[in-house]
Design a protein around this ligand. Structure first.
Ligand SMILES: Cc1cc2nc3c(=O)[nH]c(=O)nc-3n(C[C@H](O)[C@H](O)[C@H](O)COP(=O)(O)OP(=O)(O)OC[C@H]3O[C@@H](n4cnc5c(N)ncnc54)[C@H](O)[C@@H]3O)c2cc1C
Length: 467
């Protein structure tokens, strides 16, 4: 599918008249920021960017695009890591950035209604000021949108206790490729009224419909929070501590994050500030929360003891918000930091069953050494979700090919150990080939039929997710 320039120019003119000229972009310089995301997908310029401000405008835009045969790539804030918001076939980028209202916080029914362009941190602040809590907390929360979170089913550190985006979406309003609006779900936690279209749209990465509104579930804000940082001399010791905390003692931490030495050092360099225990082979960053201060403190002592028994050289405890933010700064900076380790970085987002984490890390490291490449590993240990960054300092011939082969070996290791190749960043464009090797052919064929049912013309985010 190649979009003839003339079609896009005519579409830009008609949409400019409808939305106002400042909300339709087609000059090269202004298009550029919409041709990439935060991952390693190469730049692909769209022919035009359109910024609707209402459901009705999204409907009209999609109707016009369908009759002109122009492909449409929905976009939240472009922080994705899999190329999902990159317009790989050109055409139109449909940016939801102007639809950024928190429509209603319903305290009585523990829910909030939002437009898709709301920044996740703004949503957190709005509900927390009323003693309510929206737990999903991707590390990009100060810049990503709730629409993008729903579209990729984003996770975050607090998934350890509270789950992922999917667990908080009660209902959505979305527009299909031809412009028809569908609504599914209400302010109820339970809903078995037909197939769950809400859950089809969650994680569909803009390939089935454009999310224009969502009703989200809230929970009471836990008033007490304690954070612990434990440095370990060996990765295996940190992994043993994770196993004992989660499986052995059955403590449910709000977050249980793992960082290896390469990622901690990268973060320290990036932040240009002192980060403790830089010589440790691995850090665990553990958060405990709850209603009862004594109970949370008792649990944090129990977790600290486990870490020390498994070989941690120390355990730092933070109870005030300033100290807690400092403790989390390195963790939150890792992704930006490891990007700077190399001319090109690939971020993998695998998950393995909890007990297989040490084996996975060992296999990934051995594969990297064999390929002459380096890894930085970090992630959400309680979910078995490990991010792997493959990097090399110097640009050298054949490096990208070697990194591609190493990626295949790491994916194979995750699959062999009973895991998955994509946990929270989606498939997008970068991982679509790996998807075929990760699913039964029957499951893949059914996914194609689902896509066909939602978007028979194949105009919505083409070339994404399905290989
Ligand atoms: C520093 C950093 C840290 C990160 N940490 C995490 C993390 O901890 N956990 C995590 O899960 N992710 C993380 N991410 C990845 C990224 O922030 C998430 O994938 C996020 O959900 C993307 O939101 P966005 O608004 O930027 O979406 P975009 O990148 O704009 O789009 C992502 C996908 O969603 C689709 N889409 C966007 N909006 C809509 C809509 N309204 N309707 C339909 N489809 C839509 C797009 O077509 C695309 O396929 C991180 C990224 C960075 C850069």
């Amino acid at each position: 599918m190649i979009v003839p320039g003339g079609k896009a120019v005519r579409l830009a003119e008609s949409l400019g008249a409808m939305l106002g000229e400042s909300n339709v972009i087609n000059s090269r310089d202004a298009l550029e920021p919409y041709g990439k995301d935060e991952g390693s997908c190469p730049l692909h310029l769209p022919h035009l960017v359109v910024k609707p401000a209402s459901l009705e405008q999204v409907q009209s835009v999609l109707k016009e695009a369908a009759s002109a045969g122009v492909p449409v790539t929905p976009r939240g804030r472009g922080t994705g890591l899999a190329g999902g918001a990159v317009p790989v076939r050109g055409g139109m980028v449909l940016s939801l950035e102007r639809m950024d209202r928190i429509v209603e916080v319903d305290e009585a029914n523990l829910s909030v209604v939002v437009e898709p362009g709301v920044i996740v941190q703004d949503l957190h602040r709005a509900v927390e000021s009323r003693g309510l809590f929206y737990p999903p907390d991707p590390a990009s929360l100060d810049s990503c949108s709730i629409g993008g979170n729903i579209a990729v089913n984003a996770g975050g550190p607090r998934a350890a206790k509270y789950g992922i985006t999917r667990h908080y979406v009660l209902g959505v309003e979305a527009v299909l490729a031809g412009g028809q609006a569908i609504r599914h779900g209400r302010k109820t936690i339970k809903n078995t009224t037909g197939y769950s279209l809400t859950h089809h749209l969650i994680g569909s990465e803009g390939t089935l419909g454009v999310i224009t509104r969502a009703t989200l579930r809230l929970v009471p804000l836990p008033p007490v929070r304690v954070d612990l940082l434990a440095p370990f001399p060996e990765v295996a010791a940190a992994a043993r501590a994770v196993g004992r905390i989660v499986r052995g003692e059955r403590v449910v931490p709000a977050a249980l994050e793992f960082m290896d030495q390469a990622s901690i050092r990268a973060a320290a360099t990036f932040l240009e500030r002192e980060v403790p225990f830089l010589d440790a082979a691995a850090h665990l960053l553990i958060q405990l929360d709850g209603k009862d201060g004594d109970a949370v403190l008792a649990q944090s002592e129990q977790v600290g003891e486990i870490c020390l028994e498994e070989g941690a050289s120390d355990v730092l405890v933070a109870t005030g918000s300033h100290a807690q933010e400092r403790m989390w700064a390195a963790r939150r900076a890792i992704l930006e930091a490891v990007k700077r380790l190399s001319h090109h970085s690939d971020f993998l987002d695998v998950a393995v069953p909890l007990g297989r984490i040490p084996e996975f890390l060992d296999r990934a490291d051995r594969a990297a050494s064999g390929a002459g490449l380096s890894l930085a590993n970090w992630g959400h240990a309680a979910d078995g979700n490990i991010h792997v960054a493959i990097h090399r300092r110097e640009q050298c011939p054949g490096w990208l090919e070697a990194a591609g082969q190493l990626t295949d070996r790491i994916y194979a290791a995750a699959r062999d150990l009973g895991g998955v190749i994509a946990s929270e960043h989606g498939i997008g464009w970068l991982k679509r080939k790996a998807l075929a090797a990760s699913l039964d052919p029957e499951a893949l064929a059914l996914m194609r039929r689902v896509k066909q049912a939602f978007d028979p013309g194949g105009l919505l985010n083409p070339d994404k997710v399905l290989p």
